[in-house]
Every structure is written in C-alpha cells, then in structure tokens.
Design a protein. Structure first.
Length: 182
C-alpha cells in the first residue's frame, strides 16, 4: 500500500511539473470583467506585471504606471495590473469598483485583471510562475505594487519591490533595454 501511495505521489508530481508554465504566455487569467484572457495575447510584447491596490500608500504609483504605459506602449510595453487584497485588506472592492476607481482617480488605460492572490496556498498560477520556487526571482511578494518585468519571450527579466517607483531610472533603463531591438 505504501508503495502504491509513493508511486501515485511521484506520478502526480511529475504530471504537475510537466504542465508547469514555461513562459508567462502559457498562463490564462481573468480580466477585470471576469473574462478568460490568455497571456499569449501579449506574445512579443514587454510586460510589466504589478499587483495593485486602491487603499495603499503606494496607490499613487498608478500615475507613474499609466505614464510609463503611455510613453512606451507604441514600442511594445504593456502594463498589466492585478488587484490583490492580501496586504492589509487594501483592495476590498469588487472588480467593478476597482475599475471605476482606477479610471476616475488615475485615468488608467492599461489592462486590469480580476483580483488574485500572490502568496500562499491560493497563489494564482501567474504568481507561481513569477515568484514560485522554480522561478528566476523566487520569494514571497512583500506588499502591493511589486513589479515583474517580462521580456518579449515571456521570461522574467527583473523583479522590483514596491518602493521602486515606475518613474525610477532603474526601472526605466530596464524597460528601455527590454524594448531595444535585438
């Protein structure tokens, strides 16, 4: 019986590993209206993936994120905002309320998605890819407005903590390098 359990566990682990995302483009998420969106729709783009919140000290970063998106979208940058309520309950609203807040307060035009979890047992597959054990930048997300820069190939290039503002020279230089013709 123990052997059967061991073999079942090993088989399950290997099947899980075989189906793990190889790039961000292998992942499907829900947009802010609840519609499934394959991130493959962004293939060939440079992505800045951010866990966002409406009632956070860093919420003002929406302004910088939107400015970054407006400046670089024609060159292929897309900012993707993923609301998360795991840090101090700072994103308590519904998706409709979040969309209205972002539009009204910050004139956000970049794509927003449905709320998800970035840590713990309920962590979304996207965040398992971005920050899970097998990722290039493993480790728990510390707070709202963590940023992951993803290259045109769907692989993570860099990870930035909340305190790194969208208009920081460090982040802008990395975005420009990722957008540069190869």
């Amino acid at each position: 019986m123990k052997l059967l359990l061991l073999l079942t566990a090993l088989f399950t682990a290997s099947v899980t590993t075989m189906h793990a995302a190889e790039s961000v483009f292998d992942i499907t998420v829900k947009d802010i209206k609840g519609t499934d969106v394959s991130l493959d729709a962004y293939r060939g783009k440079v992505l800045l993936i951010v866990n966002v919140a409406s009632k956070c000290g860093y919420t003002k970063q929406y302004t910088g994120l939107e400015a970054l998106y407006a400046t670089y979208k024609e060159r292929g940058l897309v900012v993707l905002g993923f609301p998360c309520n795991q840090f101090g309950g700072q994103e308590p609203g519904t998706e409709e309320e979040i969309a209205a807040f972002c539009s009204t307060k910050f004139d956000v035009k970049f794509p927003l998605f449905s709320k998800l979890e970035v840590n713990g047992s309920g962590r979304a597959p996207l965040y398992t890819f971005l920050s899970g054990e097998g990722s290039k930048f493993p480790g728990k997300i510390g707070w709202n407005f963590n940023k992951f820069l993803v290259g045109r190939d769907g692989q993570v290039i860099a990870r930035y903590e909340s305190k790194v503002a969208p208009e920081s020279t460090e982040l802008i230089a990395a975005v420009e390098a990722a957008l540069a013709p190869k």
